[in-house]
Design a protein around this ligand. Structure first.
Ligand code: BES
Ligand code: ZN
Length: 459
């Protein structure tokens, strides 16, 4: 039986297994789900072993464990591919907006609904099943495989960089591959060559040392919530341009050739408005929506709180105010430097009547990868064979910080072969994976590994 025929014959079982994976609530940010993290890692390890991997280990970190597997049967002359994925998921909140329970995977029509269906369990699982298919039909995969599945991606991978630095020999490879992004449409495959980075901070503004009566003190005490809002208003102008001094210094500008290329990415403004559920687009008027969301840095308030927010009215002048702020970065902005710049700016614009503390929550570097490497060419051809059309080359606005780490610590580029769709509702209620994409993902990866093995190219 051919490897592709094996996949088709066993597809219903693959789906059942994926549902089992998705039913484990491996929410990395919630301490009470620690046992589920261990359970998900253990389940994945068992799957890797039964897929044929001679080695699959649970390797501890100072946080959730890494699942590492390797199968080096293609020989020293064949390329070695490092697969990365994550078995952790975002919280399912708000729960009442789910039409089906987030950890009770449910198929409706062509879609599989569950937290993690697309991000990233469904996509990471593809590699396990592709390996199994090669095992059952060819004996071994056509390339050497190393798999690194982490459990902390959704919380900023706090222990992954040290893990990679401590295991550079173990993880040595010619190229990395990640399926944790999306393509443009059901029949519109895309290959991603750039990701944005991220700097995430929490700001605390403290005024009076206790809450005050707003009638007795209002007018002569600077309200920390008002101050915070005024400071936030000074971070960005109406057009989306960020006002933090030095913020744009390292931004790599888009050249005309790339802008022309990005302009060819199929994009319907109306579909985009509908998908986002907004009435109008917003942002830097000198850039297209595609450029704004993938190739330009951003600043967003993720949450703001303080004072009285329960029912009814309370006349209070709160002692403290807080906000969470994130900035999407582009190459070559460094998250640590951007965090220093925003901290300095907050200190500079803060009135003397309050104290401001800026805490670094996490960050990650953006990345740009080569577009003409043998692995990218194999990926292009693999998509073409599975989808019937060649993929579009595009940038992506989300962040997968490990791509920059692989470049820095292992000296390798990553091929970003996503199979999600733009409307998969990642991190939202009713996350789903479009099942025909699951099937095509398996096919594409079989082609990719076969082509890369045949090319013999190292990287
Ligand atoms: N899978 C996403 C990243 C992604 C989303 C890539 C859409 C391409 C398209 C990933 O799980 C994620 O959400 N990453 C975080 C990273 C952060 C916590 C450092 C993100 O982008 O917010
Ligand atoms: Zn993800």
């Amino acid at each position: 039986m051919s490897t592709l025929a094996y996949i088709h014959a066993n597809y219903p079982r693959f789906l059942t297994e994926l549902k089992t994976f998705l039913s484990i609530p491996s929410i990395s940010t919630r301490p009470e789900h620690q046992p589920d993290m261990v359970r998900a890692a253990g389940w994945l390890r068992e799957q890797l072993l039964s897929a044929g991997f001679p080695r699959a280990d649970i390797m501890p970190t100072d946080g959730h464990p890494v699942v590492y597997a390797e199968w080096l049967a293609a020989g020293p002359e064949a390329p070695t591919v490092l697969v990365y994925g994550h078995y952790d998921v975002q919280p399912a909140d708000p729960l009442d907006l789910w039409r089906t329970p987030p950890f009770k995977p449910t198929v409706i029509g062509d879609d599989l609904y569950a937290r993690g269906a697309s991000d990233d369990k469904g996509q990471a699982f593809l590699y396990v099943k592709v390996a199994e298919a090669f095992h059952a039909t060819a004996g071994t995969p056509p390339v050497n495989l190393k798999c690194l599945f982490e459990g902390e991606e959704e919380i900023g991978s706090p222990h992954l960089d040290p893990f990679i630095r401590a295991h550079t020999d173990l993880l040595a490879a010619d190229v990395a591959v990640i399926s944790d992004s999306h393509i443009l449409g059901k029949d519109m495959p895309a290959l991603v060559y750039a990701l944005r980075g991220l700097a995430y901070v929490e700001v605390a503004v403290t005024g009076p040392d206790h809450d005050l009566h707003s009638g007795i003190y209002g007018g002569a005490v600077n309200n920390p919530l008002n101050v915070l809002c005024r400071m936030i208003a000074q971070l960005q102008d109406e057009d989306g341009h960020i006002l933090i001094p030095g913020f744009y210094d390292k931004v790599r500008s888009l050249d005309d050739a790339e802008r022309a290329e990005l302009a060819r990415v199929p994009f319907s403004h109306d579909d985009w408005l509908a998908e986002a559920g907004v009435r109008a687009a917003w942002g830097e008027s000198d850039y297209t929506v595609v450029e704004r969301t993938t190739a330009r840095p951003t600043l967003d308030v993720n949450g703001i709180w303080g004072g009285y927010i329960e029912r009814g009215a309370k006349t209070v002048l709160p002692s403290q105010a807080f906000a969470k702020l994130s900035m999407r970065l582009v190459a070559d902005q460094d998250p640590a430097e951007i965090t220093r710049l925003i901290t300095a700016y907050f200190q500079q614009i803060a009135p003397p009547s309050v104290t401001v503390e800026v805490r670094d929550l996490h960050g990650g570097n953006g990345a740009i990868v080569r577009r003409d490497s043998p692995a990218m060419l194999a990926a292009r051809e693999a998509y073409r064979r599975a989808f019937g059309v060649a993929p579009v080359l595009m940038r992506e606005g989300g962040s997968i910080p490990v791509v920059a780490t692989f470049q820095k610590e292992l000296g390798i580029d990553t091929v970003l072969m996503g199979f999600g769709l733009p409307d998969d509702r990642l991190h939202s209620p009713n996350e789903k994976f479009h099942l025909p994409n699951f099937a095509k993902g398996l096919e594409t990866l079989v082609h990719f590994m076969t082509l890369l093995g045949e090319s013999g190219a190292r990287g």
